[in-house]
Design a protein around this ligand. Sequence first.
Ligand code: SAH
Ligand code: MG
Length: 216
Amino acid sequence: MSPGPAGLDPTVRAKAVAARGFMPTDEGDALFVAGQEAAAAVPGAPFLEIGSYCGKSSVWLGAAARESGTVLFALDHHRGSEENQPGWEWHEPDLVDPEVGKMDTLPRFRRTVHDAGLEASVVALVGASPVVAGHWTTPLALLFIDGGHGREPAHRDYEQWTPHVAPGGRLCIHDVFPDPADGGRPPFEIYQRALESGRFEDVSATGSLRVLRRRS
Ligand code: SAH
Ligand code: MG
């Protein structure tokens, strides 16, 4: 394994790599760098992630937040996306709460954050993204969109959350596939919307991760 970006504690990185979830190592490392850049551009402002699942991406972003003296709000209802439900491609049966009969990734998320030593820097927001967005007013240094990947949830996250990215801050979008053969369209569509809006410009592309900068 490569050593990872400067400033990322190798022990914490190893926890991220070992964590369950959907974040390739090179893309996680790029998230960490985006966090460092975001915190330098917008000092003191927090990060917010939509879609934490078992906390894999949260470790990379939480490590960047801790290093920068800020925090990551990790937003997820922890009931899984459509594609995580029984019968779908990305279902993991052991993540179902048998008493409730629904997915519950919150216990696993808490363990991941605990084991990475990031409980002081990662704050779980347990709820539906549109509900939390309806009450959110704090400017963000970094917004990471990796929640529902269907057309409606992805565009809603774009519309409700991107206005909170502070000038100079970073917008990160996961699962952006320019070629439809590689994956679903909505993350790519909102990436394009961000560019076409004139409010954001490209910073980097790593795998399916796009990092954009909010113009001043
Ligand atoms: N970033 C994670 C993967 C996220 S998977 C990793 O690194 O592994 C997508 C997550 O988005 C799921 O956990 C699902 O529960 C959450 N999600 C989907 N729609 C949501 C919504 N409307 N509100 C809150 N969370 C949502
Ligand atoms: Mg993803």
